[in-house]
Design a protein around this ligand. Structure first.
Ligand code: CTP
Length: 426
């Protein structure tokens, strides 16, 4: 339908980017489900057609009133979204007008000017993502694949190859994208591309933009989105190792490296989370990111978390982690009775405690593990309702009574309801 709408207006319409790559890689035995489709309109000559992508999206919206239409004027793009549609299920179609981008300064937001499809493809990240399939044409005509940069060859030889030397300087998220595609598709980073990554990292451009606070917020958002994508993928460990071996954690902070201790910590927190948060009430990808940030000096953590626009509770946790860690490491060894351990540790939430665990020496870790497995879930034999039933008048003293009961239970002084009643009567 989109092609027909474009054809009627004398425009060309192309399928571009990841969908072309995925169609070309698809295995015939497995159905390919495209959820995210990028289209580009090109071939117009009048200045008035610069917003062709938006015009097309609006025309399609009229045909499919179920779709949601989002227009991003500044970029001449529009998106059509279907969510749980009975026919299309979930589908996201981005329609852009062919464009080039120039970068006013490195690592900034791209600005847009109308141009041709070749230039549109040239501004993309990797050869395998820079092919287009034309969807418009004369009836019966075989629709061509536009492959100006050797994408097909790279798909066959399984290479992630960047289109130009400055690609990573312009957009550091591409380093993480390179890693993501390499690991997900089982491809190699082509040697020259690796050199460009090294060059970009060593040029210090990211550090400078960090220090001078000239990073566009959109870049931070994209960095975080890429990190999320990677850290929640089933292949996150391999991707993370590749990021580490490229030295690409530097994009987050100049001193951040994947040393053996950090690698051990990210895997350890995973084990703790699987054990103590099996239902994933916490975002495990975010906890992995927090371990990375917590590997920095305490005074640096909050700033990096803020730059990445982590949620406020996460920023605060990282800001106060150093202090919480000192308190726990100093006080926990002095706790003699189980109730003292619970009294100390229940002030902290699970994410803080697991972060403390992976940053502590073994004896502390063991005590924390024991707390989670044996103490944190202990309950007194009576609760508030029971106290009421037993004739105790409700009031603020309930908390004291319940605390005393819990302490006595934890320390083995009482075991059942009868013990508890006797204990209260004393
Ligand atoms: N792109 C780019 N540089 C980026 C992000 C995206 O050049 N930093 C281009 C690529 O051509 C990419 C297309 O925009 O193919 C669409 O981006 P996106 O949807 O993020 O990636 P996909 O390639 O579709 O990958 P995925 O299937 O993982 O979503």
């Amino acid at each position: 339908q989109a092609a027909q709408e474009a054809q009627e207006r004398g425009w060309h319409l192309y399928l571009v980017g990841g969908a072309v790559r995925d169609v070309l890689l698809a295995d015939e035995s497995q159905p390919l489900l495209l959820e995210d489709v990028d289209l580009v309109v090109d071939g117009f000559h009048r200045a008035a057609d610069v917003g062709a992508g938006v015009t097309l999206a609006k025309a399609l919206r009229e045909r499919y009133p179920n779709a949601r239409l989002d227009v991003h004027g500044a970029f001449q793009t529009a998106a059509l979204l279907w969510h749980n549609d009975p026919v299309l299920d979930s589908l996201w179609i981005d329609i852009a007008t062919a464009r080039t981008e120039f970068y006013p300064y490195p690592a900034a937001n791209p600005e847009v000017e109308a141009s041709s499809i070749r230039q549109d493809l040239y501004r993309r990240d990797f050869t395998i993502n820079a092919m287009a399939a034309r969807l418009t044409g004369r009836r019966g005509e075989a629709l061509p694949l536009l492959d100006f940069f050797g994408g097909m060859l790279d798909l066959r030889s399984r290479q992630i190859r960047v289109l130009h030397a400055n690609s990573f300087i312009e957009d550091p998220t591409r380093i993480y994208r390179a890693v993501r595609f390499a690991v997900r598709l089982g491809f190699e980073l082509e040697p020259q591309t690796q050199d460009y990554i090294q060059y970009a990292l060593e040029s210090g451009v990211y550090e400078r933009s960090l220090g001078a606070n000239t990073r566009a917020p959109a870049l931070e958002t994209r960095l975080k989105a890429e990190l999320k994508y990677i850290l929640e993928a089933p292949y996150w460990q391999r991707a993370f190792q590749l990021i580490g071996s490229l030295g690409a954690l530097r994009c987050l902070h100049p001193s951040l490296k994947l040393d053996p201790l950090l690698w051990w910590r990210v895997r350890l927190i995973d084990r703790w989370l699987r054990r103590f948060d099996p239902d994933q009430t916490l975002k495990h990808w975010q906890m992995r990111l927090e371990v990375l940030i917590a590997h920095l000096e305490p005074q640096e953590r909050g700033k990096v978390a803020e730059n990445l626009q982590l949620p406020i509770d996460s920023i605060e946790r990282l800001q106060h982690l150093g202090q919480a860690q000192t308190e726990v490491v100093e006080s926990l060894p002095q706790c003699q009775r189980p109730s003292e351990v619970v009294l100390l540790l229940r002030q902290y939430k699970l994410p803080t405690l697991v972060l403390i665990a992976v940053h502590s020496y073994r004896a502390i870790r063991r005590k924390l593990w024991h707390y989670f497995t044996n103490l944190a879930t202990v309950q007194a034999p009576l609760n508030g309702n029971d106290l009421k039933r037993l004739g105790y008048k409700p009031g603020p003293h309930y908390k004291e009574m319940l605390d005393a009961l819990l302490t006595a239970t934890l320390d083995g002084v009482i075991q059942d309801e009868a013990d508890a009643q006797a204990f209260l009567e004393q």
